[in-house]
Design a protein around this ligand. Sequence first.
Ligand code: GLP
Length: 260
Amino acid sequence: MEVVILSGTSRIASLAADAIEALLRRKPDAVLGLATGSSPLPIYDELARRHDKDGLDFSQAHGFALDEYVGLEPGHEQSYREVIRREFTDRVNISEAKVHTPDGAAADIPAACEAYEEAIKAAGGVDLQILGVGTDGHIGFNEPGSSLASRTRIKTLIEQTRRDNARFFGSVNDVPHHVITQGLGTIMEARHVILVATGAQKAQAVHNFVEGPVSAICAASVLQMHPHATILVDEAAASSLKLADYYRHSYDNKPAWQGL
Ligand code: GLP
């Protein structure tokens, strides 16, 4: 796990976009794992900018969303299919047919979850997964108690997450109780994960998953077992890290050839 403490969101977005750009140049048909929430938005802005300005090409790329609400009517503006379309895929030249979200409106949810796992496999697996983290340490919608080996499945949101996400819906009463999320075992198979966290409200969660025990009570802590996990945080989100000076020192003295 590499922790990189940066001065602000634009630095975070630009480093994450560098990694995605390098991947696409090396492997134009790369499979990108797409996250929602507000944390990845500056990355999508930066990728859209590079697409417009430098012609960064997504025409052969694939995208898989991490998660989706269950029970929103198709086309609901807060469904993650719509959020990802609006915030990212409509702004670059990725083909719509290659962008997938779990089907939260499926009549047979377990079958939809299995189909999602199969689709990821058929595309060759996720090359680079973007992640945010919830205040309770969730990634995707893997709430506390999620099996560290879990696969794509239905989950029930805890009330804190529903309250956190109410800002997108207007009222907490409109936030669904159920979601489909890639499991922690699914996320762990991505070849590279980049988790971004900003703001003081994430400081405790960042400390817990980076420096606490690996435990289902803090789902993101499973990333301690990932062979290539990059954690990009701003100063506020890094403010509870015990080894912040060491992370800074390591990054400042990193061999130039290493990249993220
Ligand atoms: C949601 C998403 C997560 C995201 C989290 C944090 O619950 N399912 O993927 O990481 O919120 O969101 P934010 O980045 O807005 O704090």
